[in-house]
Ligand binder design. Structure first.
Ligand code: FPP
Length: 253
């Protein structure tokens, strides 16, 4: 089915499209979107939140089970203090304005990343949104905040090393499953597709273990311009991929 046909019909009728169980998104280009319009960078982030709402709605409508979004990377601390504070404030505002709707829509929220550098109110907020949505059974929205793949793996290695040092685990018993259990994403299936907006073609320390076999889809649009048409184009691209996971037989995404 072509993307145009899919737009004209309901999601239920988009049978030609394969829907990833887990979609991950690098929401890039807020700053460039704003600068191109003579606006300050933070206005791009405000529009970015609107695009995130659209993505959550689309994910629910199209039956995606897990959606991970990269909201603040451990490298984003290098930005001007004002911008960092603004993005932190956005997380508070997003939760304050959208939590009731997310609960109503049966969305479960999980926030992954390091708690280092997060102040006490933010830690409380994270605990609160997770516990208030823990029993929801619909879309799982995973917000990667203060997240970096290398630091996630480093923390995992530290916790596994502590188990070994305590005599509870033998080095030879460490398996891929041991590592997976020690990651922030423990229990979440690996992403089937990672979309990055804004034309950059790299993963930038996002889900580097989990994304080993993810299909990467790069789109030119800046994040604030993300909409159903871009989403369907990415799904169309994903549907055309031949996933072999290192083998020779093709598997459906
Ligand atoms: C990338 O654009 C975006 C970010 C680093 C921040 C992402 C935040 C949002 C999309 C808003 C939603 C956030 C929360 C906390 C709910 P960029 O600033 O790197 O753009 P550039 O590459 O053009 O500079």
């Amino acid at each position: 089915m072509s993307v145009e046909t899919a737009i004209a019909t309901t999601p239920a009728a988009t049978s030609g499209l394969r829907i990833p169980g887990h979609l991950a998104v690098i929401m890039d280009g807020n700053g460039r979107w704003a600068q191109a319009r003579g606006k300050v960078r933070t206005e791009g982030h405000v529009e970015g939140v609107k695009a995130l709402r659209r993505l959550v709605d689309l994910s629910i409508r199209y039956g995606i089970k897990h959606l991970t979004v990269f909201s603040f990377s451990s490298e984003n601390w290098r930005r001007p203090r004002d911008e960092v504070n603004f993005i932190f404030g956005l997380l508070h505002r997003f939760v304050a304005s959208d939590l009731a709707t997310l609960i109503q829509n049966n969305v479960r929220i999980r926030i992954i990343g390091s708690s280092k550098g997060l102040d006490e109110p933010l830690r409380r907020l994270i605990a609160e949104v997770q516990s208030k949505t823990a029993n929801n059974t619909g879309l799982e929205l995973i917000v990667a905040f203060n997240y970096g793949g290398k630091s996630e793996l480093t923390e995992a290695v530290q916790s596994i090393a502590a188990e070994v040092a305590a005599g509870r685990l033998k080095p030879e018993d460490i398996t891929e499953a041991t590592v997976e259990r020690a990651l922030y994403t423990s229990g979440i299936p690996d992403p089937d597709m990672i979309i990055r907006t804004s034309g950059e073609q790299r993963v930038s320390n996002f889900l580097i273990w989990q994304g080993a076999y993810s299909e990467l889809v790069f789109v030119e649009e800046h994040w604030p311009d993300f909409n159903e048409q871009v989403f369907l184009r990415a799904l169309d691209e994903y549907s055309s991929r031949n996933r072999r996971f290192g083998g020779i037989e093709s598997r459906s995404p």
